[in-house]
Design a protein around this ligand. Structure first.
Ligand code: SAH
Length: 252
C-alpha cells in the first residue's frame, strides 16, 4: 500500500480541548487537509498548520448534514493525491461515531488510515460531574447504549435493566420520556439516581440530577438539549451526595 497520502481518523474528545491526546495533536499538526465534524470543538484547529485546508462537514441532528458518502469520497480523493488528511470527530471515532464505516471505505479504496482514539463523551462527561461510573459498591459495570437507533428498533431495555450496570445513554435526550418509561416498566427503581449533562466538559456545561422518575421533567424544565449524555444508576447518587466537592476536571 502506498502511504504517501493517508487519513488519520481522530477522536477530538468530548469538548474541553485539553482532553485531546498528544497523538491527536501530532496527527493534526501533520495534516494538509482537516475534515472536522460539527460535534468537535473548533479550538482543536489551533493545532493544525496555518496553511492546512479546513473543511467543515456535518451539521447537528435535524439539519441537513454532509452525506457520509461524500465525506468518504473527499478523504479518498485527498489521500490519493498524496495529502495527509485529519478526519476529526467528537469523542472517540469508534463509539457511535461512524468510524467503522469510514475505515471500511478507506480500506476498500486502498487508502492508508490510522485511528487516533479520543476520550468518549460517555466516560468523560460523567467524570466532569464526579460520577464514578463503575464504583464497586453499586455497579457491576457500565453499558453504553444509543437512545436513537438508525433502524428505529428500541434497545432491549428489560435486558439492560437486569444487568446491574450503570447505563450511559448517548443521543437519548430527545426521547428521554419514553426511555425512562421503558426502564421503569423494565423494573428499575423509580428512585434510582439519574443525570443528564449537556455540553459536558465545556464552559457552557449544564446538568440536572434527580431520580429516574423525575429526570424527564427536570430535563424539560431546565431545557437540557442535545448534545447531552444521560447516566442512570446509583453511582450518580454518590456524586450528588458529595456535591460541594470539586470534580477533578474543574480543579484550576
Ligand atoms: N463519538 C462520540 C459520540 C457521537 S454521538 C463520542 O465518542 O463521544 C453524539 C452524542 O454524543 C450526543 O448526542 C451526546 O449524547 C454525546 N455527546 C458528545 N459530546 C458530548 C458532550 N460534550 N456532552 C454531552 N454529550 C455529548
Amino acid at each position: 500500500m502506498n502511504c504517501k497520502g493517508k487519513v488519520f481518523l481522530i477522536g477530538a474528545g468530548p469538548g474541553d480541548v485539553e482532553l485531546l491526546t498528544l497523538k491527536a495533536v501530532r496527527a493534526l499538526s501533520s495534516a494538509d487537509v482537516v475534515l472536522i465534524d460539527d460535534l468537535a470543538n473548533r479550538e482543536v484547529l489551533q493545532f493544525a498548520r496555518p496553511q492546512a485546508r479546513v473543511i467543515e462537514v456535518g451539521k447537528r441532528g435535524g439539519c441537513r448534514s454532509t452525506p457520509q458518502a461524500f465525506i468518504e469520497r473527499l478523504m479518498v480523493r485527498y489521500a490519493r493525491a498524496g495529502r495527509v488528511v485529519a478526519r476529526v470527530k467528537g469523542g472517540d471515532p469508534f463509539v457511535f461515531g461512524r468510524g467503522g464505516e469510514e475505515l471500511d471505505a478507506l480500506a476498500a479504496a486502498g487508502v492508508c488510515c490510522e485511528v487516533v482514539n479520543g476520550l468518549t463523551a460517555g466516560i468523560a462527561v460523567p467524570a466532569a460531574l464526579g460520577i464514578p461510573l463503575t464504583h464497586r459498591d453499586c455497579a457491576r459495570g457500565v453499558t453504553f447504549v444509543t437512545g436513537h437507533a438508525r433502524d428505529g428498533v428500541e434497545p432491549d431495555w428489560k435486558a439492560l435493566a437486569a444487568t446491574g450496570t450503570t447505563l450511559v445513554i448517548y443521543m437519548g435526550i430527545a426521547r428521554l420520556a419514553q426511555i425512562c418509561e421503558h426502564l421503569l416498566a423494565a423494573g428499575l427503581r423509580a428512585d434510582m439516581a439519574a443525570a443528564a449533562i449537556q455540553h459536558g466538559t465545556l464552559p457552557q456545561q449544564r446538568s440536572v440530577t434527580g431520580t429516574l422518575a423525575q429526570l424527564p421533567a427536570l430535563v424539560a424544565q431546565e431545557r437540557i438539549a442535545s448534545p447531552a449524555i444521560v447516566v442512570i444508576g446509583d453511582v450518580v447518587g454518590l456524586a450528588a451526595a458529595r456535591s460541594g466537592s470539586v470534580p477533578a476536571q474543574q480543579v484550576a
